[in-house]
Design a protein. Structure first.
Length: 677
């Protein structure tokens, strides 16, 4: 297989390359537990349109047969005999894949590669400071580090099924800790290190974790966050028995509570590198990841072991056309699902080399991404439109001064990519020769749902294009809930049947799982997104249709920001909406009604911005605060967000019917004082 200068051209239709199905593996029958001799599946993902069509068709017409075959891409301790038992029926939602199989996820990501690729780099760690040496961690070293980490956790009493919260910088220890949990059959819940102590505490409490793993500090963009200090504050609100395991990153001073805080290094010094891998069921939970919903507190999305791993590995291989010895870089943080599936689990289960970057795109300057691509000869690069928009605003010299000739495929994720950003990514970064895969998916979906496959899909700037194998998108009329069956369609995006990577439930809240995803449109999984299907059958995501906004590719529930605002003593009421923001995609626009004894002022705006930042984290800092003497409400007291959105978008001529408002005059005031005119 050529690994350089691929003969693709962007927008080329169906360049004929053969997409052979993954090599069939000899894994029938029971396998002795200690044999890890199965080579990972890397070769053969090159796609052409006909093969994509044939494989897609097979995945829909015979899902059992299709996934029985592809389920074998991972090693099973006890092979599955049942493939699929799924239902989206509103009164009987259940999802089970490979349900009687058993496996260990860490063995799949590490042990089975050792015989053939023990000396190959598994993780390239690129520190925040470009002058600090990068680290190449081989699969053998990964095995040793994860073994030690698992033994430390075991010594601290972590058992199969226990929850462990991770609050870490983007350092190799984050991957070690995730895989160590997987090795023990414990359930990790990674909390993004940019979240506040309060947000961390609520996740520790909701998951019932008995241990939180953190580091002394977290360097990012030349600054250091006091992570341990944040954990100290969070643990004031948690059970006294919760322990804190601290990894050394910066060497800075930390406050210490004996009997609760433990230095990882001290325990690891005497820990063995071998740790027995637990045999877990395919449907046992692998991780919980909290994400914002349109109402209430964040939801603990639960992913299980077998189906998730099959799907993460398969999407990583096919979507990015990952080939043997390629270097893959996903710039996300492990605190988000993208980091779970495409920094850790997908690449490692495939025996790939994955880059883990601690820093930010603009430190020490706007060339950092491209410097890292050149330095590590990155072949597939996966980032978010918000980063692309940020970088395209700088001089192209930041890109062109680096040798990017190893790049083969570029990826985009997190929000719709606008054509200007797509074109810049294509021309300036990809030099017109790297297909751009615009991958639509969600925390809940485990892996890509709608995406181009390099070479197989005709690319269109801004279109997520075609469904991945096994995924059946449908567009429904938002009012009637009826499926629109014409090729060209616009409405809400739902999924008709389950794929192996979909979440199984919400942690501790099975009812909310059904009401949040399967109740609005009965019989379907509702993504929360609007979507258009064009005459070629390509899907274009048009953005959220619920009260979730997408800020720099991060999901934010407007209800979360509202409840943070009203927790401030001077705030009587708040309503939050998204508005178009040049860099972030959407910005956070807050209408705030103050207590009668509070005076509006610029200082108070700053105070409230800082307050929300402290309550949730820097990503939730309001962009605009508009004082609202009153909010537009119906006579029954419901806030009419449609009107607030229009005012924030400065589309005040199209406000529609305001006659049902209890007091229409509040709208005039809001229009007169709107932030964007
Ligand atoms: O609105 C869609 C948007 O991000 C939401 C999912 O957010 P989250 O669970 O945080 O996961 C982000 C990374 C997988 C979706 O409901 N979204 C994600 N990818 C795309 C997108 N919108 C348009 N195009 C995409 N490629």
């Amino acid at each position: 297989m050529p690994s350089h200068s691929p003969p693709w051209a962007v927008n080329a239709e169906g360049v004929p390359r053969s997409l052979s199905p993954p090599p069939k593996q000899e894994r029938e029958g029971e396998m002795p537990k200690d044999i890890h001799n199965t080579p990972p599946l890397l070769a053969g993902a090159h796609a052409d349109t006909e093969t994509y069509n044939a494989m897609y068709e097979a995945s829909i017409s015979d899902p059992e047969g299709f996934w029985a075959e592809h389920g074998k891409r991972i090693d099973w301790i006890k092979p599955f005999t049942k493939v699929k038992d799924t239902s989206f029926a509103h009164d009987d939602v259940h999802v089970k894949w490979f349900e009687d199989g058993t496996l260990n996820v860490a063995e799949n990501c590490i042990d089975r590669h050792l015989a053939t690729r023990g000396d190959q780099t598994a993780i390239i760690f690129e520190p925040d400071d470009p002058n600090e040496p990068a680290q190449n961690i081989t699969y053998q070293q990964l095995s040793d580090e994860v073994g030690k980490f698992a033994n430390v956790l075991k010594d601290l009493g972590v058992k199969q099924g226990d929850r462990v919260v991770l609050y870490l910088p983007m350092i190799p220890a984050a991957a070690y800790a995730m895989l160590a949990c997987a090795r023990l059959g414990a359930v990790h819940s990674v909390v993004f290190a940019g979240f506040s102590p309060d947000a961390l505490a609520s996740r520790i409490n909701d998951s019932g974790a008995k241990i939180v793993i953190t580091s002394d500090g977290a360097p990012r963009g030349g600054r250091v966050t006091d992570l341990k200090g944040n954990v100290d504050k969070a643990l004031l609100h948690c059970d006294d028995h919760v322990k804190c395991l601290v990894v050394k990153r910066t060497g800075q001073q930390v406050t210490w509570q004996e009997n609760r805080d433990i230095w990882y290094d001290e325990m690891a010094a005497s820990a063995s590198t071998f740790c027995h891998a637990a045999e877990v069921g395919a449907e046992d939970p692998l991780f919980i990841l909290y994400t914002s919903g349109s109402t209430g507190k964040p939801k603990g999305v639960v992913h299980t072991s077998g189906g998730y791993l099959v799907y993460a590995g398969m999407t990583h291989q096919y979507t990015f056309d990952y080939q043997e010895n390629d270097v893959f870089w996903c710039t996300a943080d492990v605190g988000w699902v993208t980091g779970h599936s495409y920094i850790v689990y997908g690449p490692l289960v495939n025996g790939a080399t994955t880059v883990m970057f601690e820093g930010v795109p603009t430190y020490p300057d706007a060339g950092r991404f491209w410097a890292v691509c050149e330095k590590h000869k990155v072949n597939q690069f996966y980032t978010a439109p918000t980063a692309i928009r940020l970088l395209m605003g700088q001089s192209d010299d930041f890109v062109t001064k680096y040798d990017l000739s190893d790049l083969k495929v570029l990826g985009s994720v997190g929000e719709p990519i606008n054509p200007e950003a797509w074109n810049w990514y294509n021309e300036v970064v990809g030099k017109g020769k790297c297909p751009i895969v615009d991958t639509f998916w969600q925390t809940e979906t485990g892996g890509h749902l709608i995406t181009a496959l390099p070479g197989a899909t005709k690319l269109k700037p801004g279109a997520a294009t075609k469904p991945f194998f096994g995924v059946q998108p449908v567009i429904l009329d938002p009012q009637s809930g009826e499926e629109i069956t014409t090729v060209e369609a616009e409405g809400v995006l739902c999924m008709k049947d389950a794929w192996p990577g979909i979440m199984r439930t919400l942690w501790g809240d099975a009812d909310r799982f059904v009401s949040a995803y399967f109740a609005d449109y009965k019989g379907y999984y509702f993504t929360g997104d609007g979507c258009r299907r064009d005459a070629d059958g390509d899907y274009w995501i048009t953005g959220r249709v619920d009260d979730v906004i997408n800020v720099s590719g991060h999901r934010m529930g407007t209800a979360e920001v509202e409840s943070a605002l009203v927790a401030h003593e001077k705030v009587a009421e708040a309503a939050v909406v998204g508005y178009p923001h040049e860099l972030k995609g959407q910005g956070i626009y807050c209408y705030v009604t103050l207590m009668s004894d509070a005076d509006p002022s610029d200082e108070l705006v700053k105070e409230l911005q800082a307050w929300v930042r402290k309550e949730i984290g820097p990503i939730a800092k309001p962009d605009v605060i508009q004082w609202a003497p009153g909010l537009p409400k119906t006579r029954s007291g419901k806030i009419m967000r449609r009107i607030l959105r229009k005012i924030a978008e400065n589309e005040v001529d199209g406000l529609g019917d305001t006659s049902t408002l209890a007091d229409p005059s509040v709208v005039d005031d809001l229009i007169a004082n709107r932030a964007v005119k």
